[in-house]
Design a protein around this ligand. Sequence first.
Ligand code: FAD
Length: 229
Amino acid sequence: VRGTAAILSGSTGIIDPVQLTESLVAAARAIGAEVVCSAEVRAIRDDRGGYALETTRGDLGASAVVNAAGLWADDVARLAGITAYTLHPCRGDYYRLKKRIPVERLVYPVKKSGSAGLGVHLTLDLGGNMKLGPDAYYVDTKRDQADPPEAKRAAFAASAARILEGIRAEDLEYDTFGIRPKLRSPSDKEEKDFVIAEDKPRFVNLVGIESPGLTSALAIAEEVEAMLT
Ligand SMILES: Cc1cc2nc3c(=O)[nH]c(=O)nc-3n(C[C@H](O)[C@H](O)[C@H](O)COP(=O)(O)OP(=O)(O)OC[C@H]3O[C@@H](n4cnc5c(N)ncnc54)[C@H](O)[C@@H]3O)c2cc1C
C-alpha cells in the first residue's frame, strides 16, 4: 500500500448487506410485522388521519409512512404531495481484481475536498474477493445500465495505482455498479447531508441516504422511531 501516513480503523468490519437485510426481516416478522415485498407504491393519499397506499400488490392502509425508497425517495415523496426533493443519480462502477494481492483490509485514499465520491478504494467481501471502486459520476437517468467505455479500465487502474503498488489495467475486469441518490446536484460545491424529516404528520422521508447509509441504518431507524412515538 502506498502512502505517507494512514489511520487504522480497528473497529470497522465488513458485512453481507443481503444477509443483514434478511436478518432484519426475520426479526421484524418475529415480533408480528408483515413484510410485503415486490409491492411498488404507485399512489399515496391522506386517509382518515393516516395514509392510503396504492401498490402493485393491492391497497394498504397506514397510520404512519416511512419513505425509505432510496433512489426513488424523491418520487415517492412527490406521490404524497411533497415536492421539496430532487435526487441526482450518481453512478459508481466497480472493477474486480483478477489477481490476489497481499492486503487484508479495506484501503481508502484521503477524500479530495469537494469531490462527489471517496475516491477509488480497495474493497474486500466476506469471501476475500477484491474489488476496486466505486468511482463517482452523474448519469442522466436513475435507470442507467450502460457498460462503461473500455478506456475506463486504464483510468481506473491509474487511480488505484496511487494507493496500491503494481496494479495494471490488465489486472482488472469490470464487475458491477451502483447508483447513489445524491441530494447534491452536479453544480453544488459541497456534499449535502441525509434528510430525515417528518414532512407531513406521521410521514417521514429519508432522502439522500447514500453511503454510509447501510452502516447508519439502525441509528436512522432509532431516530425515526423517536419521531413517530
Ligand atoms: C456503489 C455503492 C456503494 C456503497 N457502499 C456502502 C458502504 O460501503 N457502506 C454503507 O454504509 N453504505 C454504502 N452504500 C450506501 C447504501 O447502499 C445505502 O445508503 C442504503 O442502501 C440506503 O438504504 P435505503 O433503504 O434508504 O435505500 P435502498 O437500499 O436503495 O432501498 C430502497 C428500496 O425502496 C424500493 N422502492 C423504490 N421505489 C419504490 C416504490 N415506489 N414502492 C416501493 N418500493 C420502492 C427499492 O426497490 C429498494 O428496495 C453504497 C451505495 C452504493 C450505490
